[in-house]
Ligand binder design. Structure first.
Ligand code: PLP
Length: 344
């Protein structure tokens, strides 16, 4: 069996010895009573980084999304979001069950929708229609290949949201990557939004954990939903310590992941068998298309897997590969070698 290069996701990383030490040494309390000092510190660090009043630690990005959705909406409300959104595709229909909202799904470009597209879908304030309530953005956009939402469009969408009294939420599971790629601070990127979710368990390499971030009032309400959804945890400072370590030590190195993703994408794109939208390779995700060789994604993915390169089939002819903390330049060399030996 060849050595495995696991590029299924940036969630597959294992905590480093230093991160484990931080976990071992963490001071803890009962976080449901609000007295775990390590969780409190993590929440303060992340709220300050994003330039918002408060943050709440939750077990997963999906729970952060479901909590935010419930806080922003009432049953029957309408939410505007892009067709590739994680909350629409990959959260088990959670928003339908937990928030009972209507999704107004917009096909965007590289994961980004435009202000004109949203404006055209807004409902008149008439009782025939679902109340327009929330604009939901994802940045970077996972399913589109880690693409970055244009900031000018975000600013226009904010204006639209304000004019129509809509909430404006960012699923920033990989906001850290956007900050690293653009040179903008997390606070700058978060500024237009009412609420933002970030994940510690993706590019930053923590084993578990996400935060939802916003005003104090929002976090008060988020607390209730976290409890309702079963996400209140006790001596969870052990996990929060890994998060603090991740935020303090693993943000600056994300540009390495981006550089490696780019190198891999270029090598794949050089093969006749595949194509890559190179302009869409902006962060740590590479999506390649298997159509040029006439094979479907699952077949190609299986062949790569048999040769030690693990990716994720993204339906049809698309395969996703993700760079992360546990891969180095040699791993990328080996991944390129697998491609060349199988498909040159
Ligand atoms: C954009 C985005 N949002 C939310 C999530 C959900 O995170 P989790 O897997 O921690 O539930 C993911 C997971 O990959 C994601 O890519």
């Amino acid at each position: 069996m060849p050595q495995i290069i696991d590029m299924r996701s940036d969630t597959v990383t294992r905590p480093s010895p230093e991160m484990r030490r931080a976990m071992y040494e963490a001071e803890v309390g009962d976080d449901v009573f609000g007295d775990d000092p390590t969780v409190i510190r993590l929440q303060e660090i992340v709220a300050e980084l994003l330039g918002k009043e408060a943050a709440l630690f939750v077990p997963s990005g999906s729970m952060a999304n479901q909590v935010a959705m419930s806080c922003h909406t009432s049953p029957g409300d309408e939410v505007y979001l892009e067709a590739g959104s994680h909350v629409f595709n990959f959260e088990g229909g959670g928003a339908a069950q937990l928030s009972s909202v209507m999704f107004n799904i917009i096909e965007g470009f590289r994961g980004a929708l435009t202000t004109d597209q949203v404006e055209a879908r807004l409902r008149p304030g008439d009782h025939h229609f679902a109340p327009s309530r929330l604009i939901w953005i994802e940045n970077s956009a996972n399913r589109a290949g880690g693409t970055i939402f244009p900031q000018t469009e975000i600013n226009k969408l904010e204006k639209l949201a304000r004019e129509h009294g809509l909430g404006f939420h960012l699923d920033g599971a990989r906001l850290w990557n956007v900050a690293a790629a653009t040179g903008k601070s997390e606070a700058e990127l978060a500024a237009p939004f009412d609420t933002i979710n970030v994940c510690l368990s993706k590019g930053l390499g923590a084993p578990i954990g996400s935060l939802t971030v916003g005003s104090k009032e929002y976090i008060e309400e988020a607390h209730r939903y976290r409890k309702r959804f079963g996400g209140g945890m006790r001596q969870v400072g052990i996990i929060a310590a890994a998060g603090i370590y991740a935020v303090e030590n693993n943000r600056n190195r994300l540009i390495e992941d981006h550089r490696r993703a780019r190198r891999l994408a270029e090598a794949i794109n050089e093969l006749d068998a595949f194509s890559v939208d190179m302009e869409g390779v902006e962060t740590n995700i590479v999506i390649f298309d298997t159509s040029p060789c006439g094979l479907l994604g699952p077949e190609v993915n299986e062949r790569l897997r048999e040769n030690g390169l693990w990716g994720t089939s993204f339906g049809g002819t698309r395969i996703r590969l993700v760079t992360h903390l546990d891969l180095d330049d040699d791993d990328i060399d080996r991944a390129i070698e697998v491609f060349r030996s199988c498909y040159n």
